[in-house]
Design a protein around this ligand. Sequence first.
Ligand code: IPE
Ligand code: IPE
Ligand code: MG
Ligand code: MG
Ligand code: MG
Length: 344
Amino acid sequence: MDHLLADACADASPKAVNSHDPEAHVARLREMVDAELRRLPIPAEPAALYDPVRYVLAGGGKRLRPLLLLLATEAAGGSAHAAMPAALATEVFHNFTLVHDDIMDNASERRGRPTVHVVWNDSTAILAGDLMMGLAYDLLAQTSTGDLKALVQVFYSMVARVCEGQALDEAFETRTDVTVEDYLDMISRKTGALLVATMELGGMIASAPAPLLNALIRAGYELGRAFQIQDDLLDLTADDPSWGKVIGGDLIEGKKTFLLLRSLESAQGENRDWLERIVRDGGLAADHVPEARARMEALGVVDEARRAVRHHSAAGVEALRTLPPTPARESMLWLAMRLSSRAS
Ligand code: IPE
Ligand code: IPE
Ligand code: MG
Ligand code: MG
Ligand code: MG
């Protein structure tokens, strides 16, 4: 692993900027993250606790958060090696949120496999999640560069924002007065806060000066919004099998997504009655998901969500462009573009 890190760091030197291959750079960092996750010392016993933890961490995923953290560190002149423990902390924390989120959302599939609470049960999933939350702090504490106390403070403040976002997400299910503005605030917490912290921690580990740190934070904030609106959009429209989650899951669960809120605002007459019934009934029957999609497409709301993703991605990209021109910045820009145009 150490030699992989050394290679990646060498390739990230400023002189390589002209011949820089962002895709190869990101792939290399991803390999390192996956290798480190595989090396985590997860005990064998008790299997009822550690098997689900292993199941989740081996389940794949885009590894977006650790990649952004490593790239943020490199973009601020630091080394991926120094940032790796914090990068792993963000991925393990993210995986914890997914396990508990799947209980909260009654979700049966994730990353193309049955969710932890389905394979095992709710109690097991809660406990596996608890373990991962603690493990995330343990990993963060292994950071040996920078001010550890400040890193922990940023991490905890992120944890609080994510939990607030999840609380609002749940509360919105039964509220009938949720606005798009409320929704944007909620997603900035449940999803944006982790992307912001990822960028901030990466910058802090490299002792980034304030303007650079602020640009990273702004990029994380905008990319977080783009990412969650895209997730809402794909929840209904993903046709790539690698999506790995139940299509229409948000509608089935009665989530106040960007699509549902904008549809309720724009629809008239019978269309509006039909959509309001989803809210009144606390969700939609799975066999009506294709009809909901057709109605939302006809209302122009699906295109509107695509435009919102483009808008926030562009704002994130603009913030990234203010960073010094390094290979890591180019790789972050490449990753941001990839995310906003992804199909799964
Ligand atoms: C899913 O995150 C949860 C959201 C914040 C939308 P990802 O889409 O990054 O999930 P994985 O890690 O790639 O599976
Ligand atoms: C994700 O929101 C937010 C967190 C996991 C904290 P979603 O509920 O939309 O995520 P998915 O779609 O289940 O991945
Ligand atoms: Mg969910
Ligand atoms: Mg959720
Ligand atoms: Mg979702």
